[in-house]
Write a protein that binds this ligand. Structure first.
Ligand code: ARE
Ligand code: CA
Length: 458
C-alpha cells in the first residue's frame, strides 16, 4: 500500500526544483513523456511566506493550504496536472504539514492570507494556538519525543494528534487527489509520529482512477539516531540518505561500487527505499552532510546518477537544479518573487540558469534502461581497473568506466543481436554474439557510460 506510483510501471521521477507550473507542463510534453519518466516532484504548491530575499526555503513555511505559490496559481497547477497526465506523466506534491511558518514572522502569504506566527494565527486554514505544540526547540536528535513534538528550526509545530489538525491536513491532500495528483513527498516526516501520519492517510480518498496515492516520507536516517526509516515503511517509501553517501563515494572510488547497498548498516529494504544521488537540501549543505555528489562535479555526477538508475535498488528520483552560489539563493529570477522561464537551447540543454541534469544524455537516457529492466536482478557483475559492468536479467546490460575508456569483451546475459547504446542515442552500437558475449567499448571522458536493452531502438 502507498508504494504504487500509478504511472504504468515506469520507474523514475524527476524533481523539477522551483520550476513554475507552466514550465513543468511544457517539459512533460516536450521531454519527460518521450524519455519514459513516471512523473515529477514539484515544489510545495500551497501558500507560503514571501521573504524579500526570496530564498528557495520560503516555500517550506506554510501559511495556508490554498494552492497559490511562487510557482503559480491553482488554475496553472490544474493545467499542469492535466497536461502532464495527458502524456502519461504524473505529479507528486511536496507537502509540508509538520509545521507552519517560523516564529518571529507575520504578514501576508503568497495567496494573500494574513498570518502571525508568534500568535499562532493562520486564518487562511484556520489554525490557532490550540493546534500547535507548545514551543520547545529540537536540540537532541537522540530523543524521539523531542524530534516529533518540538520545533524544527523555530517552525511552529502542528499537533497531528489533534483531530481537527488531522482533518485539515487530510482536506488539503484530498483536494490534491481530486485534482489528479498521484502522490506525495511528506516533508519532515521524521518530525511527525508514524501513527499520526497513518491516521491522516486513513482519512484520504482513493485516487479517482482507483488505488491509494503514492507516499514517500522524508526521514533522514544516517544510522546514528534512534529514529529509523523502518518505522515508516508501513506508510509508503522512505528516503534512504545512506545510499546517496555510498554512491557519491563509490564513483570516486570504484572499488566500493560492489557494496553501495549495505543492509548491515540498516539500509531500507529495496521495496520501500526512495533513492537519489542528491536532493535540494544536501546539494547546498542543508539537511545533513556526507559526501554528496552534485551537478557541480558533472562527470562524477553523471556516473553517480547513471549507476543509481542502472542498479536494482529502490524507487529512483533524479534531481534537476538551478545554478547557485550561496545556499539560500532562490531560483533564477529577474527580481522580486518572479521566477524566470526555463528556456531550451539548440542542443537540448537549458538556459536562464537552469541546470536540467535530467536532460544530460547519460541521465535522461538511463530512464528507459530502468524501465526496461524493472523486476530483474543484477548478474554478470564485473568490477576491475576502475571499470564496472553488469547485466539486469536478460533485459539489459550496463557498463561504466571511471576514466572514460573501456575496451573489453564481456558476458552481457543478452540474446544475440545488434543493440544501440542508449546514451549516445545510437551513434554507437554493441553486437552480442550467440553466447551472449560482446565487445564493449567506451570512449568518451564526459559521458563514460554504456547501456543497452532488449526491445530498445536499433
Ligand atoms: C529557515 C532558516 C532558519 C529559520 C527557519 C524558520 O534557514 O534559520 O529558523 O527558516 O524561520 C528548509 C531549509 C531551512 C529553512 C526551512 C524553512 O533547509 O534552512 O529554515 O526550509 O524555511 C532536518 C530535518 C529535515 C529537514 C532538514 C533541513 O530532519 O526534515 O533538517 N528537511 C526538510 C526539507 C527542507 C526544509 C524543511 C524540512 C522544513 O527538505 O528543505 O528546510 O520544512 C541531521 C539530522 C536530520 C536533520 C539534519 C539537519 O542530519 O539527522 O534530521 O534534518 O541534521 O539539521
Ligand atoms: Ca512535529
Amino acid at each position: 500500500e502507498y508504494t504504487d506510483p500509478h504511472c504504468d510501471g515506469k520507474q523514475t521521477i524527476v524533481h523539477l526544483f522551483e520550476w513554475k507550473w507552466a514550465d513543468i507542463a511544457l517539459e512533460c510534453e516536450r521531454f519527460l513523456s518521450k524519455k519514459g519518466f513516471c512523473g515529477v516532484q514539484v515544489s510545495p504548491a500551497n501558500e507560503h511566506i514571501y521573504k524579500d530575499s526570496a530564498p528557495w526555503w520560503q516555500r517550506y513555511q506554510p501559511i495556508s493550504y490554498k494552492l497559490q505559490s511562487r510557482s503559480g496559481t491553482e488554475a496553472e497547477f490544474v493545467d499542469m496536472v492535466n497536461r502532464c497526465r495527458a502524456v502519461g506523466v504524473r505529479i507528486y506534491v511536496d507537502v509540508v504539514v509538520n509545521h507552519m511558518a517560523g516564529l518571529g514572522q507575520s504578514g501576508v502569504g503568497s495567496a494573500g492570507s494574513n498570518f502571525n506566527s508568534d500568535n499562532y494565527d493562520f486564518p487562511g486554514v484556520p489554525f490557532t494556538r490550540e493546534h500547535f505544540h507548545p514551543h520547545c526547540e529540537i536540540k537532541n536528535y537522540g530523543d524521539p519525543n523531542e524530534v516529533r513534538n518540538c520545533y524544527l528550526v523555530a517552525l511552529t509545530d502542528l499537533d497531528q494528534h489533534n483531530d481537527y489538525v488531522r482533518d485539515k491536513i487530510a482536506e488539503f491532500l484530498n483536494h490534491l487527489i481530486d485534482l489528479g495528483v498521484a502522490g506525495f513527498r511528506v516533508d519532515a516526516a521524521k518530525h511527525m509520529w508514524p501513527a499520526d501520519i497513518s491516521a491522516i492517510q486513513q482519512r484520504l480518498k482513493d485516487l479517482p482512477e482507483g488505488g491509494r496515492p503514492m507516499f514517500y516520507h522524508e526521514v533522514i536516517d544516517q544510522g546514528g539516531e534512534p529514529i529509523k526509516t523502518q518505522e515508516y515503511t508501513g506508510l509508503g517509501y522512505v528516503t534512504e540518505f545512506r545510499y546517496s553517501i555510498k554512491i557519491g563515494q563509490a564513483v570516486q572510488n570504484f572499488d566500493q561500487l560492489g557494496n553501495v547497498v549495505d543492509f548491515g548498516w540498516g539500509m531500507t529494504d529495496s521495496g520501500h527505499a526512495f533513492v537519489f544521488v542528491d536532493n535540494h537540501d544536501n546539494q547546498r549543505g542543508h539537511g545533513g552532510g556526507g559526501s554528496i555528489m552534485t551537478f557541480k562535479r558533472p562527470r562524477e555526477y553523471r556516473m553517480a546518477t547513471a549507476y543509481l538508475l542502472a542498479n536494482d535498488y529502490g524507487f529512483t528520483r533524479v534531481m534537476s537544479s538551478y545554478d547557485f552560489h550561496s545556499s539560500d539563493q532562490g531560483p533564477p529570477s529577474s527580481g522580486g518573487q518572479n521566477i524566470k522561464d526555463v528556456t531550451i537551447n539548440g542542443d537540448g540543454s537549458c538556459g536562464n540558469g537552469w541546470i536540467c541534469e535530467h536532460r544530460w544524455p547519460s541521465i535522461g537516457n538511463m530512464v528507459a534502461f530502468r524501465n526496461a529492466v524493472a523486476g530483474t536482478s543484477k548478474q554478470n557483475f564485473y568490477l576491475q581497473n576502475n571499470e564496472v559492468a553488469f547485466s539486469r536479467g536478460n533485459k539489459g546490460f550496463f557498463a561504466m568506466a571511471k576514466n572514460g575508456h573501456m575496451d573489453k569483451t564481456l558476458q552481457t546475459g543478452l540474446p544475440a543481436g545488434d543493440y544501440c547504446n542508449l546514451i549516445t542515442e545510437c551513434r554507437t552500437k554493441v553486437t552480442v554474439d550467440g553466447s551472449g558475449n560482446a565487445h564493449i567499448v567506451i570512449n568518451d571522458p564526459n559521458e563514460p557510460v554504456l547501456a543497452i536493452i532488449v526491445g530498445g531502438p536499433s
